[in-house]
Design a binder for this molecule. Structure first.
Ligand SMILES: NC(=O)c1ccc[n+]([C@@H]2O[C@H](COP(=O)([O-])OP(=O)(O)OC[C@H]3O[C@@H](n4cnc5c(N)ncnc54)[C@H](O)[C@@H]3O)[C@@H](O)[C@H]2O)c1
Length: 386
């Protein structure tokens, strides 16, 4: 027998061992979760996949935002959670195609009362899974992930819909989500000279303005008056909570302005009809309307969702039906037009989709693997159930 002679071997038995990576919040930071420019690039890719249809989200229509546990007003069971401000659990599953080709689920609990315990309003985790076997690939701390992708979505919109010479940006609602939105928008608009921060709490607005001055070295100030907050703005990013209804009047919004809506707001019908409306993804909004009809209380449901003011006008036949409307994926893919002139006022509506969590968490996981970040956890060597 020479060295080259093949040795008869048994067919290799595939390993059943499953390990996955656990990424804590510090691990996520080290793996680049806060890289806003990279997150905008990834989310732009996700918009393109959405436009082509290479994704699945929850529900029979493949387009559900997610599934919530809604707590009852009261319960005969002493331990059962009851309704409270911003109190819910939500699961947001999905599959994302393209180079990602992976399944995932973002899962979070939200409770306004967390603030009194020094905790964020919501606490989020993200799971990525192999699309064939369901095996976990990674479990991640997802507060920063979720904020980064929520910010990056209007960041992509700013790139494709805003006038590129925008000088004044207004931030409406000065919580962590809008800070992430502003951060992403600033990666795309290079001529911004002034940021106006508006919050019902002046100290929050001033706090964000101080951060803007320190971070970007440009003029920034805080106000607690809505008109003063938006009247000079070329780009308005809206992500206020539901503490107080937010109404931005038509005559406060400049010609050529782009309003990036990531949280609830309403305006005069005249503005909603005058503006060019671009949705994040029209089938998502069709799924919201389906849910609203199924809830038996369409009006109540509309009042609780970001798209509500638009769905009412669609139902009344005043705004075009959703299938005939424009999604940002269509604009990114060049199949539909967004802004048609520098004078247009444009509204972009983003309601949050699991595919953005999946896309950005996959990119962060790739970074973590390349840099050896995270803790490997073992699910099993051999499954006990055989
Ligand atoms: N579209 C998405 O994908 C997505 C994802 C996550 C969160 N959100 C939404 O973003 C919003 C902000 O989230 P957050 O975690 O930063 O909340 P937060 O409660 O930490 O901060 C929100 C801020 O908005 C301010 N505010 C409330 N009502 C206001 C009003 N009428 N005018 C001006 N300011 C007002 C509050 O004082 C607060 O400072 C929420 O509505 C949340 O549901 C959207």
């Amino acid at each position: 027998m020479t060295d080259q002679t093949p040795v008869a071997t048994q067919a290799a038995v595939p390993s059943t061992r499953i390990d996955f990576l656990y990424l804590s919040e510090p691990d996520m930071i080290a793996a680049g979760v806060n890289d806003a420019a990279a997150c905008v690039d990834t989310c732009e890719e996700v918009f393109s996949l959405l436009g082509h249809g290479d994704y699945l989200m929850g529900g029979a229509n493949h387009n559900n935002h997610g599934m919530n546990i809604v707590f009852p007003k009261e319960s005969p069971f002493p331990n059962m959670p009851v309704a409270g401000p911003d109190r819910r659990f939500a699961a947001m599953p999905g599959y994302l195609g393209g180079r990602f080709d992976v399944c995932g689920n973002k899962w979070y609990g939200s409770n306004h009362a967390n603030m009194t315990k020094g905790l964020p309003r919501s606490i989020l985790t993200m799971m990525l899974n192999d699309k064939e076997t369901g095996a976990p690939l990674a479990m991640m701390s997802a507060n920063l992930l979720s904020a980064a992708r929520t910010g990056a979505v209007p960041g992509v919109a700013a790139k494709h819909l805003a006038n590129p010479d925008a000088k004044v940006v207004s931030v409406v609602g000065c919580g962590p989500i809008n800070k992430a939105c502003l951060t992403a928008v600033m990666t795309q608009l290079k001529q911004v000279q002034q940021v106006v921060c508006f919050d019902v709490f002046l100290d929050k607005a001033q706090g964000l303005a101080a951060w803007v001055r320190e971070t970007y070295g440009i003029e920034a100030f805080g106000v607690d008056d809505a008109k003063a907050g938006v009247e000079d703005a070329d780009v308005i990013t809206v992500a206020a909570s539901r503490l107080k209804p937010l109404f931005l009047q038509d005559d406060w919004i400049k010609k050529g302005a782009t309003v990036l809506v990531s949280g609830p707001m309403n305006s005069d019908e005249s503005f909603l009809l005058d503006a060019k409306i671009v949705y994040d993804h029209t089938p998502l909004h069709e799924a919201y309307v389906e849910d609203a009809i199924g809830s038996g209380n369409k009006e109540g449901y509309y009042s609780g969702v970001i798209g509500g003011p638009f769905y009412r006008l669609i139902d009344a036949g005043i705004l075009p039906a959703l299938p005939a409307s424009t999604g940002l994926g269509d604009v990114v893919n060049g199949t539909k037009q967004g802004r048609t002139s520098p004078e247009d006022r444009v509204i972009f509506i983003a309601c949050g989709m699991s595919v953005f969590d999946i896309g950005w968490s996959y990119a962060v996981l790739e970074n973590a693997r390349a840099k050896g970040i995270g803790t490997s956890l073992n699910l099993w060597d051999v499954p006990a159930q055989g």
